[in-house]
Design a protein around this ligand. Sequence first.
Ligand code: ATP
Ligand code: MG
Length: 287
Amino acid sequence: MAAPARQEWSMSDFEIGKHIGGGKFGKVYLAREKQSGYVVALKVIYKEKLEKYGFHDHLRREIKIQQALDHPNVLRLFTWFHDEDRVVLVLEYAARGELYKVLQTAGRFTERTAATYVASLADALAYCHKKHVIHRDIKLENLLLDIKGQIKIADFGWAVQSNAKRHTFCGTIDYLAPEMIKGTGHDRAVDNWALGILCYEFLYGSPPFQVEDLENTLRRILRMDLTFPSTPYVSSGAKDLISKLLVKDSSKRLSLEDVMKHPWIKKNAGPSGSCIKQREVKKAKFI
Ligand code: ATP
Ligand code: MG
């Protein structure tokens, strides 16, 4: 791996706080940088696991891509370091955690909340695409909320920096674009598709093509079997936006710039971070 920005970073620079999450390769801890008092999340990845699954290159790419991104709706990767056993990513701390859990508790979001998130995500993805970065795994589980309720795209594990059509099959079933399933080559428009899936999921509480078994979900995506259950909570403007993102022909999907200009977004989106009622949030406590 290439040398980190500041070679001398090590675990001893941080006070380690509570365990806040776990992934396939390691654990995530709340931590505070001793000199500045700055609160961060440390993602600790065990080299043994990286080697076992041959994930070195994958991680190297994730780090290179995420470290070069600086946008209010993209989780910052400040730096990284390693010792004998571990690679440690120093990340922006997203105090309100996973959007997945928030939606689970709420059941569904209001149009104002959904539109605010979609607008923030469209802005962040447009920024990534301008830098030729395609995320390729936009889904609820990869979205976090900071202390103000601002949405943050995390986990660039499947991201790629490229202009050419890609052929690697990646992503998560419910969010897979038709061209990804068919393996005919994909580009940045897979993120626009996933944004359409997310918008639907925000408003209805579950993704549009989800059924019990995997094969039928894939079949429904390929058939474009998109239905909108009748509910007074979802307006025709929202359905219009979703229908313009969930278009089979990837070149005809609504651009991210046009998502931000869409009348439903214009009408409903508040400023980024305004969607969840601002509550007094206690300062992260170290244990
Ligand atoms: P998996 O591949 O299984 O999703 P992973 O190795 O990619 O796991 P992450 O998804 O990055 O690990 O992190 C695991 C969990 O830790 C997240 O789902 C989230 O709950 C928490 N977490 C990760 N990073 C942060 C952060 N910066 N701030 C707050 N919580 C975080
Ligand atoms: Mg993850």
